[in-house]
Design a protein around this ligand. Sequence first.
Ligand code: 13P
Length: 251
Amino acid sequence: MRRKLVAANWKMNGSKAEISALANAFVQGIEVASVDVAVFPPALYVEQLAGILAGTGIEFGVQNVSAAEKGAFTGEISMSMVKEFGCHYVLVGHSERRELFGETDAQVAEKVAATLEADLVPVLCVGETLAQREAGVTEQVVAEQVVAVLERVGIESFTRVVVAYEPVWAIGTGKTASPEQAQEVHAYIRSLLAQRDANVAQQCRLLYGGSVKASSAAELFAQEDIDGGLVGGASLIADEFTAICQAAKGA
Ligand code: 13P
């Protein structure tokens, strides 16, 4: 039985005051007894967030990391820095990083490898654009993104890697994939893993992301191959995110 994971991706939002209010509301409202919860703040606020979440069971991580160890990489953050501040998770290959910052499958695979080597949990984001869905190549696109990582880190690592399926057309658009559309791709991703190792495929957690709201979460999380969610906009509203975590408990 895979334990559900609900993750908040705050993207480039927040201030000290907002992060304090939101994190404290999460601590008050979220029960972590039967669901894993992770928060991805902008990296500058990790230390502040760590202080608020200490001892609560709510984990946190960064939205991006460098695969390089250290040195002349202006603007980047290294894995040892991420570890030093107590992060448990690293978001890798979000579609905004792929699209806006040109991250390639090969770079994403290196970041997943570096995260695993550091004993942290990578949340690998994959997903197709609207044009790709309309062209009927959703499965090929997702397969390429997953296989690039599989070939770098091996199937055994996918007992630890979390995969987040985030159709690009559903991100920030209010257009959630239907539970059936999401389940179809999740089942496909699990089958891709199962071709290499059925046991690992059963253990790997697959999250859905893209306009998840409290009103849509329960039905999404009830799907056989959906093991939780990666939530953007709705994770900036304490009551919404708390309710989404609650929905995962019942699913
Ligand atoms: P929204 O929930 O705002 O659509 O964002 C999804 C996302 O990109 C999470 O990583």
